[in-house]
Design a protein around this ligand. Structure first.
Ligand SMILES: Cc1cc2nc3c(=O)[nH]c(=O)nc-3n(C[C@H](O)[C@H](O)[C@H](O)COP(=O)(O)OP(=O)(O)OC[C@H]3O[C@@H](n4cnc5c(N)ncnc54)[C@H](O)[C@@H]3O)c2cc1C
Length: 395
């Protein structure tokens, strides 16, 4: 075993990536033990833009509340109405709890500020190597940590370091900001597409005169060839006519969609958020998973360090995530596979349109950590049975 290099700087926890997962991890570690030394690294200065729909589910604020940051969306208007549509069928309802639409340039910067105020040290650095070394984990050959949390997004460098391969299931999405159309004020609108791969266009009112608008499509296994930018813009305009008029700040990005099973290796390197391949395969929402797993990672790191066993961080964290999300991930995966059939999407819309409870259950699965409830399953089956004759007649 080689001795630590004298020039290595020692930390308890090094968090790579200061998006929602990384900031939440830093906040949680410091909440558990304010004395823990946390270094938060990001390749960008904050505020920085991040390609996203900016939809913040109420569940995100529940989690952030548990680490003293439940008010980071202060000043942004809650959005109460959700509109879902496919073809000629559309439903809209009032969500049991409102969501928010906050630009990531604001949301992420506020979270980083909170982490720093809680005691984390923020430093700009593009991490390129993470390896096991004496006394912990060595980052870029100059930093030594007892636990490293990889919260560095879909193209995670930390994930490769723990031998996890890039995630297989992906979607590709494009977003811009456009003036809000009068009839879409105060709403989050999602309209499903009719291409071979599951797709949808969205227009989410930020409440400040602008909407986040975009289009995303699930890719064939492996990243495959995705739709071109012009095809995505064309689909967006076809599904939500006029929503993207005068839009600016276009950006595109991949989304790593979660699968049936989620894995975290043993040891002192933890993966959270997109780096851990956690985005809801039904809706593309990933901020809730990012903050939820960030908090669990930060807590597992601080707890195991306090107990003198940082090597146990991986197994403690894996258990905590599976306890919180294990069943939900399986249910969401099943629903997302079923929803590849247009008839199932239609049945879901019809069932949600007929019952506010089914609507609420669908929202919980799509935005939070809900499961397929008996009433949701019954609603789907009943509607599918009712619609089967007409869908067969149209063949
Ligand atoms: C078009 C689109 C729309 C979406 N819409 C929504 C939505 O409406 N609601 C929702 O909940 N989710 C949405 N998502 C998903 C959501 O954006 C992600 O799930 C979320 O950002 C994950 O947070 P994270 O902290 O894990 O990663 P990120 O937000 O990606 O943060 C990773 C951070 O790591 C930093 N980093 C990366 N590499 C390195 C490195 N080598 N060294 C140092 N720092 C590094 C980056 O600069 C970044 O700050 C959308 C995604 C896309 C692409």
């Amino acid at each position: 075993m080689t001795a630590p290099r004298v020039s290595e700087e020692a930390w308890d926890v090094v968090v790579v990536g200061a998006g929602p997962a990384g900031s939440a991890a830093a906040l949680a570690a410091l909440r558990w033990d304010p004395g823990v030394r946390v270094l938060l690294l990001d390749r960008s200065d904050f505020p920085r833009d991040k390609c996203c729909g900016d939809g913040i589910a109420p569940h995100v604020l529940d989690v952030l509340g548990s680490v003293g940051a439940g008010d980071v969306t202060h000043g942004w208007k809650p959005v109460h109405r959700l509109e879902l549509a496919r073809g000629a069928r559309g439903i809209h309802g009032v969500m049991a709890r409102p969501a928010l639409v906050v630009p990531r340039s604001v949301f992420d910067a506020r979270l980083v500020e909170r982490a720093v105020a809680a005691g984390a040290v923020l430093r700009r650095a593009r991490v390129s190597s993470v390896r096991r070394g004496p006394g912990g984990v060595v980052v870029d050959d100059v930093l030594r940590a007892r636990v490293v949390i990889g919260a560095d997004g879909d193209h995670s460098v930390v994930r490769s370091a723990v031998g996890r391969r890039a995630h297989r299931a992906h979607a590709l999405a494009l977003r811009g900001y456009a003036p809000t159309q009068e009839h879409r004020r105060g709403r989050q609108v999602i309209r499903f597409g009719d291409r071979r791969r599951p797709s949808y266009a969205w227009a989410f009112d930020r409440g400040d005169g602008l909407s986040n608008v975009g289009y995303g499509e699930v890719l064939a296994d492996g990243r495959g060839r995705g739709p071109t930018r012009s095809l995505m813009l064309e689909q967006l305009d076809r599904l939500l006519p006029g929503a993207a008029d005068d839009a600016k700040q276009w950006r595109g990005h991949h989304l790593p969609l979660s699968g049936w099973r989620w894995h975290q290796p043993d040891g002192p390197v933890l993966l959270a958020g997109d780096a851990a391949g956690l985005v809801n395969p039904l809706t593309g929402e990933g901020i809730y998973y990012a903050v939820a797993t960030g908090v669990l990672a930060g807590r597992a790191a601080a707890q195991t360090i306090a107990g003198g066993a940082p090597e146990a961080a991986g197994s403690a964290y894996r258990l905590a995530v599976r306890r919180l999300l294990g069943r939900h991930l399986k249910h969401t995966w099943v629903v997302s596979r079923l929803a590849r059939r247009p008839a199932v999407v239609d049945a879901g819309l019809a069932a949600a349109g007929a019952s506010p409870h089914v609507f609420d259950d669908l929202v919980e699965i799509g935005l939070g950590d809900g499961r397929v409830t008996p009433r949701l399953a019954a609603g789907l089956v009943t509607r599918l049975a009712a619609e089967l004759p007409s869908s067969l007649a149209h063949r």
